[in-house]
Design a protein around this ligand. Structure first.
Ligand SMILES: Nc1ncnc2c1ncn2[C@@H]1O[C@H](COP(=O)(O)OP(=O)(O)OP(=O)(O)O)[C@@H](O)[C@H]1O
Ligand SMILES: [Mg+2]
Length: 276
């Protein structure tokens, strides 16, 4: 199903992360020297063991947490120098729920639409968009239910619906499929892929491996370092693993820096340095 609306044109943004390092509590938790490029309209998965820095990296990329060192560029512009320009073109769904509300799904999405969409948009168009995003995330049968009564997975989908309203140029989703059953997980990943084809770059963190092959590219983190970027299927060759889950086992057995070094010497390293 298409989310494209003539009234709200979109143009996907390219993301470049350059020489990034993030320190928290005196400890380096990302980088140093972390970099990669997401081209406009790509659908990219951010993978890695728990605690490897995925959420921290997403927050740095979406303008919420300025890196200690390095740069985040959107369409070649420094994000933190042009935050006000970019803020409304960036969508972000955090790992933890932010919507805990007495409002129904429909009311919550409607209020968000009034806040975020152009005020000259006809009410009928706005209402149609509200219905459409609720439908897209599969909450049409729950639209009258108060959000606090939804299941964890349904609440996550309500957060996604709100972000879909504003047609971001780039959308960051932190584990949007956690708490979803396998069929929903796949249909949400299909939805994100179709968004990427319609003019939104999409970067999603996930622990679910079933839909990994829908991604254009995978960025794999280990202990705050990028140890693979490339097509999902080729990640199996790179790690000599038969399954995606197996890659995590191989990483757990490795010595620190081992895969970083191998990656930097591999042809896949060109993915981190490509121009958008
Ligand atoms: N504000 C902070 N102060 C200190 N340490 C932090 C802070 N934020 C994150 N960390 C640490 O940085 C590391 C990476 O955390 P992050 O939340 O980015 O991991 P993650 O890959 O998203 O993990 P998960 O898969 O469990 O969500 C963790 O060890 C975490 O404890
Ligand atoms: Mg996380």
């Amino acid at each position: 199903m298409s989310l494209h609306s003539e009234s709200v044109p979109r143009l996907a943004a390219a993301l470049q992360v350059q020489q990034l390092s993030q320190k928290k509590g005196g400890k380096v938790i990302l980088g140093p020297g972390l970099g990669f490029t997401v081209k406009a309209g790509e659908f990219v998965g951010l993978l890695g063991p728990s605690g490897s820095g995925k959420s921290t990296l997403l927050k740095a990329c979406c303008g919420l947490d300025k890196p200690s060192q390095g740069q985040v560029l959107l369409d070649g512009q420094d994000l933190y120098q042009h935050l006000s320009l970019w803020r409304e073109k960036i969508g972000y769904v955090p790992q933890d729920d932010i919507i805990h509300t007495e409002l129904s799904v429909e009311k919550a999405v409607s209020y968000a639409a009034r806040l975020r969409l152009r005020s000259d948009l006809p009410v009928a168009t706005r209402n149609a968009l509200v219905s459409r995003v609720i439908h897209e995330v599969g909450l049409q049968e729950r639209r009258q239910l108060r959000i606090k009564k939804l299941s964890g997975g349904q609440r996550k989908r309500a957060s996604v619906a709100v972000e879909l309203l504003s047609r971001p140029a780039i959308l960051f989703l932190d584990e949007p499929t956690s708490g979803q059953d396998p069929q929903l997980e796949e249909s949400m990943m299909q939805l994100f892929k179709s968004l990427s084809r319609e003019g939104t770059s999409v970067i999603v963190t996930t622990h679910a491996m079933a839909s990994v092959e829908l991604l254009d590219l995978v960025v794999l983190l280990q202990a705050g370092q990028l140890v693979y970027m490339g097509p999902p299927a080729e990640m199996l060759d790179f790690f000599d693993s038969r399954s995606y889950e197996g890659v995590y086992k191989i990483l757990a057995k490795s010595t620190p820096g081992e895969w970083l070094q191998r990656y930097r010497q591999s042809p896949f390293y060109s993915y981190t340095t490509r121009t958008p």
